[in-house]
Design a protein around this ligand. Sequence first.
Ligand code: HSE
Length: 439
Amino acid sequence: MNSKAVLKVGILGLGTVGTGVAKILLETKGRHALLNTLEIEKVGVRSLKPRSIDLPETLYTTDLDSIVSDPSIDIIVEVIGGLEPARSLILKAIENGKHVVSANKAVVSRYGEEIYAAATTAGVYVMIEAAVGGGIPIIAPLKQALCVNRIQAVMGIINGTTNYILTRMQNEGGDFESILTDAQSLGYAEADPTADVDGLDAADKISILAALAFGGRIKREDIYCEGIRNVSAADISYAEKLGFVIKLLAIAQLPKQLPQKINADSARRIQARVHPTLVPIDHPLASVNDVNNAVLVEGEPIGQVMLYGPGAGEGPTASAVVADLMAIAANPTCDHALNPLLACSHTYSLDIVPSTEVVTRLYVRLLVKDTPGVIGKLGTCFGRYDVSLESIVQIGIQNRLVELVVVTHEVSEGAFQQALEEIRQFPEVTDIPSLLHVL
Ligand code: HSE
């Protein structure tokens, strides 16, 4: 591809995001002048039905392959989502020397290695600002403005659907199922909510952020992933009494080690996980509500930076896609080496610490028979496994059963699970309804 006055763009998909992108490219008045160097050449759609956007009919085609093969097109915008044909179309576009801008976190998190290797060979950019956090700029900051830092952690609320559901559960005291049903009828949750409520979407996104933050490839399937289906109104209420809100957090951080176990083998290992988490009420992520997203980056020497905003939707996501188009428009030539602050070529893999080795705080709720010495017995058992407790609170009593909530200090998750297995066998323990992580 050569430097040209105008770069031709082929858009694959004219759903919510594709429509938003086309609107921005058609209405450039009052925006950055560089936008005028981008021109829509073709739009690939599944069917030629009437659309809300006014584009010349000649731009439409249902033959998506023809767009990624079209020699006149410089940049492909892939916003069809899903794994296939998105992955194949991206690879074919790269093979044909086209830059790619994609919002597809599922493809990038699973096939990033293949895609970026092909892009490096072909000398093209694959830009993915819209894949994480919708309109929030987080990919470019990690690649550029924050890249001088030694990153210690990147964590956040990166799924709007689950944040909306948890916020409503918190505000209304309602249960997950009824609020999910309502969220679906209001259009805040998909008819098939699996990817969102089971944490898969957030896991895709944190694997992308972790790779950028820690500079290595991540195996998506190694990320521990737990969604919000089992978060109960009772736990939200108990957490609140203890000074926490429950959020679905995606966390990637350098491994924490207990003081007595510090060793030197932690290079190129990170903790990466998605789970409902008790967040202290005064933590910056605790006040991120509704469909909003936020990403907190901790690094040396910068300290903490939090980026907050709309994590989805036509305008915000299109804003991120078009920002990538403009970054390419500002660096369009492939006659030279790719700009290392825009490109991505990791040379090593990062190992993800198994759950049993994770060091974290935990919250567990138990139902026990109201007998003398039961709290002491629990404390002694945890103590035998080096599990240090921050608090044991008796929340309520019903039918001679006591509800206890235990919050630990930072402990080995493996040791905690072993202690809990033993506790589960105690004759006094009738149920352990919930186990959650604490930030
Ligand atoms: N389904 C996602 C969410 C938006 O609920 O945040 C697209 O990534």
